[in-house]
Design a protein. Sequence first.
Length: 461
Amino acid sequence: MSNLYSIVLAAGQGTRMKSKTHKVLHQLGGKPMIGHVVNLLNRINCQETVVVVGYQSEKIRDYLGKQVKYVEQNEQLGTAHAVLQAKPLLEGKEGCTIVVCGDTPLLTESTLSELVNQHISNKAAATILTAEANPPTGYGRIVRNQFGEVLKIVEEKDTSDNEKIIKEVNSGTYCFDNKLLFKALSLVKSNNSQGEYYLTDVIEILHSLGEKVIAHQTADFSETIGINDRIALANAEKTLKKRILEGHMRAGVTIVDPDNTYITEDVRIAADTIIYPGVHFRGNTVIENDCRVGPNVELTDVLVGSETTITNSVIVSASIGEKAIIGPFAYIRPGSNIGNSVKIGDFVEIKNSTIGDKTKIPHLSYVGDATLGENINIGCGTITVNYDGFTKHPTQIGDRSFIGCNTNLVAPVVVGKDVYVAAGSTITKDVPDFSLAIARERQINKEDYVKKIQEKNKPSS
């Protein structure tokens, strides 16, 4: 296959977003839209990607890092001028160059691959990705001759009455012969209503030089949409969400209510898992087979083992074992590792802790910076007191121990194996294996105390 390069246009301010955030850094499906574009180019094996930056260039550089190269467009003089900034990096190289906008994140791998393959197989100088729009208002029109050959692209503001009715429109994505691209760019003029250097003029220039120009029309217009404002962003979110959910359903996942299910692109879900309404799965979350998740569950960067059930809970940067039961109303925070067949119940918070297999924390407890063994029962209202105002301290509980209700474990503290801790205890010292720990005041009953108080405070007549 020919060498493949790419140029991503991301220099403009995107004023219609009405935002201090650069347009291409607005989130779509859990990541900035330019992230979708660059990831796509990586998947089709572009050897070199050049991002044209200008406005807030440092923020784009911070996000994309070293996976791409950068050129600056200090003055926004049009799309041809933007592409021309990549000349020092790409001019003279043999191969094909894709030009794509950083605000078109809905393009698919199959569409872009088909564009490149058609370009190469036809030995074209330029191949335009087009789509049929109805109505075509706002888009550049594809003008063909009587033989169907592409003659030029006419921008909306420069169209004649006859050209306005053309429904085949330019997507703003192209594949060029790299050497011919830069040859044609040197011939682009700014004699148009905007006084800008249009990349679209390259098509007419190549045609006038006798070079072959073709078009590849995608059947899905939504792929080509450029996101220029918040309305377009919301519509793109719906489109991407639908695409993602349908992919999971085709792979064997049951999604009870797709309209109320939100899953970002990098999430992986195995077959025969059932997803209930109101869930939000983000980041690198992986859910294994035969799970039941939802309703109202948020998972961010979470690994969930098979046959686990999670309801009405929030889990962030943690792992959950197989056959666990989580929730309702549990909060599992970063750094936590929950074992197999564990029960984390209602109003339980786990933070930076390891919970061994078959351990149960059924309700109203906080476990932080702790290591719990297997087959432990944590009574209602148990708290690991891990913070002294300056430092977080660890708690360790051995296998098969029983922690009574309303217990405070004041860290650092080690509770051994097969230990019983009496309800209401405040444990401040280590507890040896096979011990009963009691740390509470002896109960004293003062009979008739209330009667005396009542008599003392009785109103005088």
